[in-house]
Design a protein around this ligand. Structure first.
Ligand SMILES: Nc1nc2c(ncn2[C@@H]2O[C@H](COP(=O)(O)OP(=O)(O)OP(=O)(O)O)[C@@H](O)[C@H]2O)c(=O)[nH]1
Ligand SMILES: [Mg+2]
Length: 574
């Protein structure tokens, strides 16, 4: 099953079209039927010609109910964008399109409705207007299907076009991290509490124990339904109704999320990229009453622009948002930002960091997992998953650790072992992290709960990169070209096999060898050697000779005299 949301200006025929496709009137409230206007989200489903089932989330077009529209368009596979041929492109056509854009929608098609009410010229005019309005957006080049939901023309073509659209739209991914942003909560007679939403990220099953966020209330799944059919287990990318025990329907509602306990960071401060709409007539700053739409909820947030004071219309920048309640959020989640006072959509964007630790004045947020590990130094694999949604294998004990932090810690622990002398260090006195590091040290022996420094058994002494360097000592291939990671280089340097200077790696042997090769030349030229002489003697290019000579100077093998080198006291050191 797939899920499609409608979008488009008020009265352009979204609900009528959903009814024509599914046989179900998505306007379920008495007031909606009386006024002929959608107020809140409506739901219906049908089977397409290919046999694929599709559920529709029908949204209101009236600007007053934009909040409800925003609760319905997250997590869906695609959109059915409705424009009436009678009226063409209107303000909420534009606003809905911008909202879908900042929410990261990538798939959709346009239905040009009410075709029976206009002549061919008007129809063609509206089509051109739509094509122009969507140029440069995700709907650029999407099919524009002419329909009339009342006389039925074009409906069969629309079904086929929807089928093709969904055939080309990637299936929802199962990351074993289910999250249901709740859009409705009610209590049907005899069934306790039922919540509905578009399920993403993973499966739900009967008897699952879950939590409702932000309240943290623990609930159990009593029953599941999709397309009005009961199921024991339902996967992501579908509309679901969940019968819950453990909560009254008054205590759970739109904007809440249903997730597994312990799997999500409860984020209250987030760093994000904000794309400001080009149509906005003022810059965005911390001034104003901002509302962020996250998941199916609306939240009053305080906003701080990171870096500059304000963001100009049509630009992107970083912001930090403070939410009134903690929510289960991840980098990559999308949001829409509106300003309550002016009642206007400001823009929207993507969350980058759901647990920012850097001061707002200094931070430059990004969603890169390695960068997060480098910032934290040490982070438990479970915590990393909560903050990024990504599972990484722990590198030390149960932690994922930045390579630089590991070697710093290893040096410290090795020194402690060395300082303890022959009686050894009491392993039980170390904390869990240091014990995990101790296990990594191959020159440390552990026996009877004590650690002592033993003969170094150095696996890096036979590292393949050393053979590569030995083959071309004065023309050393870069680690990258030899397929050697930064972490390995770091370790080779730390163990004294490799020296790195100005971005060039030489084997330690190459530096000693250079000294030996230059020794007879120094004997013949007591006034010293120019860089060109050294180049000729070693057969190396300037790119390598300059850092090599600086290493020779630093180790006392050579000395600098103006622009020449003379022999140093340690020229022939091994
Ligand atoms: N002739 C004709 N009338 C239509 C068509 N689509 C909608 N209508 C009429 O237009 C009016 C509005 O249609 P709705 O389906 O309620 O429009 P909507 O886009 O859902 O409106 P909101 O949900 O309030 O934004 C109704 O009176 C429909 O009967 C169509 O294709 N042809
Ligand atoms: Mg409607």
């Amino acid at each position: 099953m797939r899920v499609i949301a409608t979008a488009g200006h008020v009265d352009h025929g979204k609900s009528t079209l959903v009814r024509a496709l599914t046989g179900t009137d998505p306007d379920r409230l008495a007031e909606e039927r009386r006024r002929g206007l959608t107020i809140d989200l409506g739901f219906a489903w049908c089977r397409l010609p290919s046999g694929r089932d599709v559920a529709f989330v029908d949204v209101p077009g009236h600007v007053r109910f934009l909040k409800n529209m925003l609760a319905g368009v997250g997590g869906v596979d695609a959109c059915l964008f409705v424009v009436a041929a009678t009226e063409g492109w209107k303000p909420q056509s534009e606003e809905h399109l911008r909202i879908l854009e900042v929410l990261g929608h990538r798939h959709g098609l346009v239905a040009l409705t009410k075709a029976g009410l206009v002549d061919d010229d008007q129809r063609e005019l509206s089509r051109l207007e739509v094509a122009e309005a969507v140029a440069g957006t995700f709907l650029d080049g999407a099919p524009i299907v002419t329909v009339d939901a009342v006389d039925g023309r074009g409906i069969a073509e629309l079904r086929l076009a929807l089928d093709r659209l969904l055939g080309d739209t990637p299936e929802a991914v199962d990351r074993d991290r289910p999250r249901l942003w709740i859009d409705r909560s009610f209590a049907p007679r005899g069934a306790g509490t039922v919540v509905t939403g578009t399920l993403t990220g993973g499966h739900l099953a009967v008897d699952d124990e879950l939590v409702v966020e932000p309240s943290g209330r623990v609930v159990r799944v009593r029953g599941l339904q999709s397309e009005e059919m009961a199921a024991d287990r339902l996967g992501p990318g579908r509309r679901v109704a969940v019968n819950l025990s453990g909560v009254s329907h008054h205590d759970v509602g739109r904007g809440d999320a249903l997730v597994r306990a312990g799997q999500w960071h409860r984020a209250q401060h987030v760093d994000a990229r904000l794309d400001v709409l080009a149509s906005l007539d003022h810059p965005v700053s911390r001034r104003g009453a901002h509302l962020a739409y996250l998941g199916s909820g609306e939240h009053a947030v305080t906003l701080r622009v990171l870096g500059p004071e304000q963001l100009e219309p049509g630009t992107s920048g970083f912001v930090r948002l403070h939410l009134p309640v903690p929510l289960p959020l991840l980098p990559g989640d999308r949001f829409v930002l509106r300003e309550a006072g002016r009642q206007e959509t400001v823009g929207g964007g993507e969350l980058l960091d759901v647990d920012p630790r850097t001061a707002a004045a200094r931070t430059r947020p990004d969603a890169d997992v390695d960068a997060l590990v480098a910032r934290r130094g040490w982070i438990e694999a479970d915590e990393l998953e909560r903050l990024t949604g990504e599972r990484q294998r722990p590198t030390v004990g149960r932690w994922v650790v930045d390579p630089a932090a590991v070697s710093a810690e290893a040096d410290r622990v090795r020194s402690a072992v060395e300082a303890a002398g022959p009686t050894g260090l009491d392993v039980a006195a170390l904390d869990e992290r240091d014990r995990a590091v101790l296990d990594l040290l191959d020159d440390v022996q552990q026996a009877g709960g004590r650690a002592t420094l033993g003969p170094a058994d150095d696996p890096f002494a036979s590292h393949p990169y050393l053979a590569v360097l030995a083959a071309e000592p004065f023309h050393p291939p870069t680690p990258g070209a030899a397929g050697v990671s930064r972490a390995e280089v770091h370790e080779l340097v730390r163990r004294g096999h490799v020296v790195e200077h100005k971005g060039v790696c030489f084997s330690t042997d190459a530096v000693a060898e250079a000294g030996r090769r230059l020794a007879p030349l120094f004997d013949a030229a007591p006034e010293g050697l120019a860089v060109g002489d050294v180049r000729a003697a070693l057969g190396a290019s300037r790119k390598y000779v300059v850092p090599l000579l600086e290493l020779l100077d630093a180790s006392g093998r050579t000395r600098r005299r103006g622009d020449r080198r003379i022999a140093g006291p340690r020229l022939l050191d091994p």
